[in-house]
Write a protein that binds this ligand. Sequence first.
Ligand code: FPP
Length: 257
Amino acid sequence: MTIFQSPKNPKNPKSPKNAENTEDFGNAEKIPQHVAIIMDGNGRWAKKRGLPVSLGHRAGAEVLRKLAPAAEKMGIRHLTVYAFSTENWSRPTAEVTALMNLLREFIKKNIEDAKKNTMKMAALGDVGKFDQDLQDLIQQMTDITAEKQGINVHIALNYGGRDEIVRAARKIAQLATKIDEITETDFAQCLDTANIPDPELLIRTGGEMRLSNFMLWQSAYSEIYTTDTLWPDFNAKKLQAAIDWYSTIDRRFGKRK
Ligand code: FPP
C-alpha cells in the first residue's frame, strides 16, 4: 500500500507532485478500474464561508454530480463514494435530516437524468434503516439504470466496513455447509461489493489520513491518495491529478518483483 499526501506548499511548482495545480493532465498511463472516495470536508468548507453545514453538503453533492460523468470519460469503470456512514446517524438531527433530503433530491435528479446518460447507479450498505420513500427511490434508481453500460456508481449509504463484514459473516454462516472450506473469494461474495473489483485507488479529501470504516476489506491493497482539498472544491482536474499519481506506482501486492 502506498499513501500519498498532496503537498500544501510545493517548493517546485513544476514538480509532477504539484500536478494538482497545473494544466498538465491527461497523461496517466494506468487508469484504475475502480476509484473509491471519502468525500470529506463539507462542514469545514461551509464554516469557512459562514454557511450552515447543510450548504456544504449541498455543494458536495453538486461536485459528485459533475464528477461521475467526468470519471466515466476518463475510463474509470467503478466509482464508490462514501455518502453516509453507519456513524453519521449520531450527527445533529438537523444535519441528518438535511443529508436525507439532499439524498432524496440527488437520487430524483439522477433518475431524471438516467434517460440521457449511461451511468449505472446503486447503493452499498444497509439501506433498510432509511425511510421507506428513500428506500423506494434507491430501488427506482437501481432498476432504471440497471442495464446501463457506462460507469458503475456505488453510493455508500448507511455503510460501515465493520457492519458490512459482520453482515457478510452472518450470510456466510447461513450458506456454508463446510465452515473450514470457506475461502476469501467465498467471503468476498457475501460483501455488498460482490462482483465489484477492489478499488485500486482510494482518495480522501479534507486532509485527514484514515479510512473511517470505509471499505475495510476491499482496500487491503488500495493505493491511498489524500489531499487537503475540501470535497466541495474537488473536481475532475483534481481527480486526474490523483490518477496521474496512481499511474506512477509500481504495485507489488506484497511480492518481490
Ligand atoms: C463528510 O464531510 C461528508 C459527509 C458526512 C457526507 C458526504 C456527503 C456528500 C458529499 C453530499 C451528499 C451526497 C449525496 C450522494 C447526496 P464532513 O461534514 O464530515 O466535513 P468536515 O470534516 O469538514 O466537518
